[in-house]
Design a protein. Structure first.
Length: 421
């Protein structure tokens, strides 16, 4: 079995879906598990729909749902000229169910509501892609990820029950290969023991591919992107990017931990545990080699990699009683930050100060200052950038820090990190 994952850009419109079919045609006779994301920016639209539901803004809710339905209907009209196709009824029923949610009681747990509604993007996408492939005479079976991937009740960030999920994949999914060559399912989503939908975190479709590959003991996983493979920097911010021909699982985890956006951070671990190679390939040039992520580390050091994070804010905490920053202080600080669900991108401490760097847009400054005001003096520096360089040398550091003020820096044998202004 091979596992393929197609993201939102690769199924964003009718032409993109036709391209998916052409890629799958390159693998005749292969048993394929295909994971698809929501189409285009559907997830963003569904998040707006959740907000409209919570605020009981009926006009906004109806307008957003109509927009989302029109978007999918336009794609279907280009794929299925005749409206007798059963897919039209399937999609219409899904939107009727969505509209009916306005009359339902909105849960006190917004994350629960989020998962029930936002996961609809992957359901719509997978139904449409599946119907098109069947129409093009592919041997396809639609599979419901909500019957395969078992999680706990951490809505929006479901924790996988690996033992139960492996059992479900072995019992419910793999036998279907006796009836079809392609099993097509949804990324990003799972289910609780009671059957409530959960999601695995934003960009979680990569993770889904890793979960199914692990549980089904796949031969390999391929993530299809609009780039030729893993690049050593984001081409939006770096002009002279280079493709990484191959890197190790360990290197991929390091890069994703520091913020590289090509691979979801949780994806690598299950693949590494069963030594399942991961390929990042271009859906625009599907026959090209792409990047291989596998066990060997012999390629890791050949090309420096750059990871940029913008809109950062640096907070520094100093005890008002002028005591040292010791384990007790750190325990209190981490406890409060965890309660606020703060994601720390970098941290550093001295005798009297502890500093963290975090995304400016993901943290309410006033709430943080109020939380610590009794015991700590908190200073902050906004509008910063964080640059991480893997396998650096002096030249790469000079290039990245030129004409910048270095606010903070950290270096290990393989990694250099700079907070810049």
């Amino acid at each position: 079995m091979l596992v393929f994952k197609f993201g939102g850009a690769s199924v964003k419109d009718a032409d993109a879906i036709r391209n998916v079919a052409s890629i799958l045609s390159l693998y005749p006779g292969k048993k394929l598990t295909v994971v698809v994301s929501a189409m285009g920016k559907s997830t963003n639209k569904l998040e707006e729909i959740v907000d409209a539901l919570e605020s009981k803004n009926h006009k906004l809710f109806v307008g957003l749902v109509d927009e989302l339905e029109s978007f999918h209907m336009d794609i279907m009209a280009a794929l299925f000229p005749e409206k007798h196709f059963k897919i039209y009824q399937t999609i219409e029923e899904l939107f009727e169910a969505l509209r009916s949610r306005f009359e339902a009681v909105f849960s006190e747990n917004k994350s629960f509501e989020y998962d029930q509604i936002v996961s609809l993007g992957e359901v719509l996408s997978s139904q449409i892609v599946s119907a098109y492939l069947i129409d093009q005479d592919f041997s396809v079976k639609w599979m419901d990820a909500r019957k395969l991937i078992r999680t706990d009740h951490t809505y929006q960030e479901g924790k996988v029950d690996w033992k139960k999920t492996e059992q479900l994949v072995q019992e419910r999914m793999l036998p279907e290969f006796n009836e079809a060559d392609i099993l097509l399912t949804q990324g990003f989503m799972g289910h609780t023991s009671e059957g409530f939908t959960t999601t695995l975190g934003r960009e979680g479709s990569d993770y889904t591919a890793g979960i199914l590959a692990y549980c089904g003991q796949a031969e390999s996983v391929t993530i299809w992107k609009d780039v030729p493979g893993m690049l050593n920097a984001d081409p939006k911010y770096f002009s002279n990017t280079k493709k990484l021909e191959a890197i190790s699982f360990k290197e991929a985890i390091e890069l994703s931990y520091y913020g590289a956006s090509v691979i979801h951070p949780k994806t690598i671990q299950p693949l590494q545990n069963r030594n399942i190679p991961l390929f990042v390939k271009s859906f625009l040039d599907p026959k090209a080699a792409g990047t291989a992520i596998q066990a060997s580390s012999s390629y890791d050091h050949l090309i420096p990699s750059y990871i940029f994070k913008f809109d950062q804010v640096l907070y520094s905490f100093t005890p008002k009683d002028f005591s040292f920053i010791v384990e007790e202080n750190l325990s209190v600080i981490f406890g409060k930050l965890s309660a606020m669900n703060v994601k720390i991108n970098l941290m550093q401490n001295s005798a009297l100060s502890f500093s963290i760097l975090t995304d400016q847009k993901k943290l309410k400054k006033d709430e943080l200052l109020a939380l610590f005001q009794d015991d700590y003096e908190v200073k902050y520096n906004e509008n910063l950038s964080l640059v991480t360089i893997r396998h650096y040398d002096n030249l790469t550091i000079e290039q990245v820090t030129k004409d910048k003020e270095i606010i903070l820096q950290q270096r290990t044998r393989h990694t250099a990190r700079f907070v810049l202004k």
